[in-house]
Design a protein around this ligand. Structure first.
Ligand code: GCO
Length: 464
C-alpha cells in the first residue's frame, strides 16, 4: 500500500492572497452613466463571435452590485482584489472628454475596498480598447500608445492617493495576437504583421503609462504588468518538434519577457520581425519598455508544440496529448507553474538581482491569475461541491510553494476568478469563480473552493 505522507504547506504571513477580475467580464452597465463603446461592446453585438450570442452587456452586474461583491471578498478574507478599469467609462472616445461619472465608479469601488481593508490592485487595460481608437487604427497604430499614457495620467491623478499598485496591461500578448492575429478576440482582425505591430505598441504604452502614473502619483506606487505565460514542451524528442517548441516559446513567452526584463526583442529571429523591426521600433522604445516594479504571471496550462510547416511564423502547432486530464479549456498541468517560475527566476530575475544598470531593478513577482473552468452547479442543498477546483488549487499552490522553496521570491497569488463571469468568446459557458453566480437571478453562492481558499488565507497554509 503506497503511503502518501501528507505535509503542511505554510506561507509567510505577508504573502498576498487575492482574486482577479476584469471590467468587461464583470461590470455590465455597458452603456450607462456616460460610458462609451469599447471594441468588446462592438464585437459581442456582431453575430457569430460569442458562444450562444451571449454578451457582457449585464454579465454579473458588478457595476451596481460592487458593495455586495466587496462584502463577499471580505467574507472570503481576501487581502487584495485585482480589477481592471474600463478605458471608455473614463474616456468615452479614448481621448479628450473625461467622463467624471466613470471615474466616480472607480472612486467608490476603491473606497469600498479600503473600507474593508482589501488592497486595490488596479489594472488599466484588460482587452477593452475604445472603439473610437480602433476606428483610427487601434493598437497597430503607434499613436494609440500615447493615448494610453494620457488615459493612465487621468486615472492615476484621481486614484493614486489610494491605489498603490498599478498594472498597466493584462496580457498584452493576448490583446495583440487574439485581437489582431487570429481574430478570436475583439476587434477580430486576422493580420499577423498588424498583431506584431500591436504587441510592440502595447509594450511601448506600458513604458509610457508607467512614466505617466509615476509623474502624477500622489504617493510612492508600484507599476507592473501581467503576462500570460506557458512552459512550452515539444510533442516528441525529434529535432523538428524541439525546434518548433523553441520557436513557439520565443513568440509566446520571450516576445514580452525579453523587452520588459532585458530591453531586447526576439522578434527579429523571425522573417516577419526582421521585416517590421526597422520601421516599428524607434530609437528609445526599448529603454522605455524596460520598466517594471511588479511582474504578474498568469498561469493556466502548458503548451505542447509539434512541427507543422502549414502554420505561419512559428511553423508549429499546439497539440493536446492523450491520457492527460483536461478542464473545460486546457490541459491541467500543475508542475507547469513551478517550471515557469523557475525559468523566469533563472533567465530573467536573478540576473537583475544585482540591480546594476538604471531601470533594471529586480521586480517583485506574483501569480496574478490561476484557475480552472469546470461546469459547477448548485446541489439540492444549495452547495457547490467543486472538488476539482479545490484539487486544482492545492496542486498549483503547492507548486508555487515549491518554487519559493527553491528561492523564487513569489509575493502573492491571485485566483482567477472571484465570481463566475463572462469568458470572452466562450460566453458564460466556462465557470472560473470561487463564487457561483446564477446568471438569471444574479444570486451569488460561495463554492466549497471559496471556503477552502478562505481557510488557506486565515491559516497561511494547508495540508497537502
Ligand atoms: C485571460 C484573461 C482572463 C480570462 C482568464 C480565463 O487570461 O485570458 O486575463 O480575462 O478570463 O484567463 O481564460
Amino acid at each position: 500500500m503506497e503511503l502518501t505522507l501528507s505535509k503542511y504547506i505554510a506561507f509567510p504571513k505577508e504573502f498576498v492572497w487575492g482574486c482577479a477580475a476584469a471590467a468587461y467580464q464583470v461590470e455590465g452597465a455597458w452603456n450607462e452613466d456616460g460610458k462609451g463603446p469599447s471594441i468588446w461592446d462592438t464585437f459581442v453585438h456582431t453575430p457569430g463571435h460569442i458562444a450562444n450570442s451571449e454578451t457582457g452587456d449585464v454579465t454579473v452586474d458588478h457595476y451596481h452590485r460592487y458593495q455586495e461583491d466587496v462584502a463577499l471578498m471580505k467574507s472570503l478574507s481576501l487581502d487584495a482584489y485585482r480589477f481592471s478599469i474600463s478605458w471608455t467609462r473614463v474616456l468615452p472616445t479614448g481621448t479628450g472628454h473625461v467622463n467624471q461619472s466613470g471615474l466616480d465608479f472607480y472612486d467608490r469601488l476603491v473606497d469600498e475596498l479600503l473600507k474593508h481593508e482589501i488592497e486595490p490592485y488596479a489594472c488599466l487595460f484588460h482587452y477593452d480598447l475604445p472603439q473610437a481608437l480602433q476606428d483610427q487604427g487601434g493598437w497597430p497604430k503607434r499613436e494609440t500608445a500615447f493615448a494610453f499614457a494620457d488615459y493612465a495620467h487621468v486615472v492615476s491623478e484621481r486614484l493614486s492617493d489610494r491605489v498603490k499598485v498599478w498594472m498597466t496591461h493584462n496580457e498584452p500578448w493576448v490583446t495583440a495576437m487574439a485581437g489582431y492575429g487570429d481574430g478570436e478576440h475583439a476587434p477580430g482582425i486576422k493580420d499577423i504583421p498588424a498583431a506584431f505591430k500591436a504587441l510592440h505598441h502595447l509594450l511601448l504604452s506600458h513604458g509610457l503609462a508607467a512614466e505617466a502614473i509615476r509623474a502624477s502619483a500622489r504617493q510612492p506606487v508600484k507599476v507592473g504588468i501581467t503576462l500570460n505565460l506557458n512552459p512550452v514542451h515539444p510533442a516528441s524528442e525529434s529535432k523538428k518538434d524541439r525546434d518548433a517548441a523553441s520557436r513557439m516559446d520565443t513568440v509566446l513567452n520571450r516576445s514580452t519577457l525579453d523587452p520588459l526584463l532585458k530591453g531586447t526583442t526576439p522578434i527579429q529571429e523571425f522573417a516577419i520581425g526582421r521585416l517590421l523591426a526597422g520601421s516599428l521600433i524607434k530609437p528609445g522604445d526599448m529603454e522605455k519598455i524596460r520598466t517594471l516594479d511588479l511582474l504578474g504571471v498568469n498561469y493556466y496550462t502548458r503548451t505542447v508544440a509539434k512541427y507543422d510547416s502549414k502554420f505561419p511564423v512559428v511553423a508549429a502547432v499546439q497539440v493536446h496529448p492523450e491520457g492527460r486530464e483536461y478542464s473545460g479549456m486546457w490541459e491541467i498541468y500543475p508542475e507547469g507553474i513551478y517550471e515557469l517560475l523557475m525559468r523566469i527566476w533563472n533567465d530573467y530575475l536573478r540576473p537583475l538581482q544585482a540591480g546594476a544598470a538604471p531601470g533594471t531593478k529586480m521586480p517583485e513577482i506574483m501569480i496574478t491569475e490561476n484557475g480552472i473552468p469546470v461546469p459547477d452547479g448548485l446541489d439540492f442543498d444549495g452547495h457547490v461541491r467543486d472538488e476539482r477546483r479545490i484539487r486544482y488549487l492545492k496542486d498549483h499552490i503547492a507548486q508555487v510553494h515549491h518554487a519559493m522553496d527553491e528561492g523564487v521570491p513569489v509575493k502573492g497569488y491571485f485566483h482567477w476568478s472571484l465570481m463566475d463571469n463572462f469568458e470572452w468568446a466562450w460566453g458564460f459557458s466556462q465557470r472560473f469563480g470561487l463564487v457561483y453566480v446564477d446568471f438569471k437571478t444574479q444570486k451569488r453562492t460561495i463554492k466549497d473552493s471559496g471556503h477552502w481558499f478562505t481557510r488557506l488565507i486565515q491559516e497561511d497554509g494547508f495540508e497537502y
